[in-house]
Design a protein around this ligand. Sequence first.
Ligand SMILES: Cc1cc2nc3c(=O)[nH]c(=O)nc-3n(C[C@H](O)[C@H](O)[C@H](O)COP(=O)(O)OP(=O)(O)OC[C@H]3O[C@@H](n4cnc5c(N)ncnc54)[C@H](O)[C@@H]3O)c2cc1C
Length: 266
Amino acid sequence: MTEPGVASSDATNMELTIQPDGNEYVIEGRKWFTSGANDPRCKIMIVMGLTDSEAERHRRHSMILVPKATEGVTVMRHLPVFGYDEAPHGHAEVNFDKARVPRGNMLLGEGRGFEIAQGRLGPGRIHHCMRAIGMAERALESMCLRAKARTAFGKTIAEQGVVQAQIADSRMEIDQARLLTMKAAWMMDSAGNKAARAEIAMIKVVAPNMAQRVLDRAIQIHGGAGVTDDFGLARGWALARILRLADGPDEVHRAQIARLELRKHG
Ligand SMILES: Cc1cc2nc3c(=O)[nH]c(=O)nc-3n(C[C@H](O)[C@H](O)[C@H](O)COP(=O)(O)OP(=O)(O)OC[C@H]3O[C@@H](n4cnc5c(N)ncnc54)[C@H](O)[C@@H]3O)c2cc1C
């Protein structure tokens, strides 16, 4: 979905074109942050682009299957994030220069890209949040073990009141995020993704921010070791930070939560 040339947090900005021509569609444009495109196992991409610029705002775009080996498709470069290459998965910039695919590769139908995106993004987001909670839980465990194992200024680091406050805050915040995530999952299961959209947006803000704070505390309590690769904390922090952008930045989810809240009041 994401393109270097436009603010892609508003997905309706997408400019890559998918135009019918005989029995084929012709795809023209540039994408980036295409997760997985560098992976040698990646054989096919789901590309979203503009099919009808005159249609109603959420009916302008479509999703189509594009084999990576199609003539005109070029993986331009790999994008490291915070210096991590995330190999072999990675994130790539991909150019589409009049790439042609059969008409049958269109998913669901022209103009139905946002319907598909909405169906996928809810479950995708909650899965990111569950992983963020798991990362935070491991960071808290590591924080406690390290604080108990090391002594500074005559007592263990765990005996310092300021460290205890950080451990307590981390436990409270993890459990709050977990309960909200479980509520969102329960709503998705019992009432469907649409009914759960406020809860999904809420956890998409809450869980990565919580994980980032907990990982930051864990890094501090580990001292210099926290920023090495030895404990996985620096990597975890980078992942939590990325999650505040990927699948929509915090601000966009906050705006949706506010819209739904305000709607309750006429
Ligand atoms: C590691 C990683 C992997 C990714 N993987 C994929 C992928 O596989 N496929 C894919 O399509 N995309 C992917 N993305 C892209 C991601 O979804 C976009 O970066 C995100 O949607 C934001 O779009 P943008 O980068 O164009 O930012 P812009 O749209 O330029 O927004 C920039 C900033 O503007 C602010 N902003 C935007 N809207 C508002 C608002 N309403 N109110 C207040 N402030 C606002 C926010 O601070 C936002 O971060 C990935 C990104 C990362 C970092």
